[in-house]
Write a new protein. Structure first.
Length: 129
C-alpha cells in the first residue's frame, strides 16, 4: 500500500488539496444556491474562483514542488483551471437545462470532470518539469 501511495504521491497530494477545496467549493455552492436561492449560473463561478488561489500555492509548493518561474506557472495554472472550469460549467448547464438534472447533482458531476481535467493539465502543462 505504501508503495502505491509513493508511486502516485502527486496524485494523492493533489487529491488532498482538491478534497479540501472541493469541500469549500461545495459549501459555497450549497449555501448560495440552496440556502440563499441564488441561481447556479451565478453561484458556480463564484464558488470555483475563491479556492483557486490557495490551490495554486499549495500545489506549486507541496504537490509538484516546483521552483519554476512563478509568473509563468501562475498564468499556465489559471489557463488550465479556466479551461477545466469552462468544460465543467458547460456540462453543468447541459445537465440542468437539457437533461433536467437537479443542479446540486449536476455540480457534483461537474466537480468530478473538473478535477480530472485540472490534475492532467497541471501535471503535464503547468508543472511539467
Amino acid at each position: 500500500m505504501i508503495d502505491i501511495i509513493f508511486r502516485y504521491r502527486q496524485l494523492v497530494k493533489f487529491g488532498l488539496i482538491g478534497a479540501a477545496n472541493t469541500l469549500f467549493t461545495f459549501s459555497i455552492i450549497f449555501i448560495l444556491n440552496k440556502v440563499l436561492g441564488i441561481t447556479y449560473l451565478i453561484v458556480n463561478p463564484i464558488a470555483y474562483l475563491l479556492p483557486t488561489i490557495s490551490s495554486f500555492y499549495f500545489n506549486r509548493k507541496w504537490t509538484f514542488r516546483s521552483e519554476g518561474d512563478v509568473k509563468k506557472e501562475g498564468l499556465l495554472f489559471f489557463v488550465v483551471i479556466g479551461v477545466a472550469w469552462l468544460v465543467q460549467y458547460c456540462l453543468v448547464f447541459l445537465l440542468v437545462e437539457k437533461m433536467v438534472t437537479d443542479p446540486l447533482i449536476a455540480q457534483i458531476v461537474g466537480m468530478i470532470v473538473f478535477t480530472g481535467l485540472n490534475f492532467t493539465g497541471q501535471k503535464f502543462i503547468t508543472f511539467k518539469n
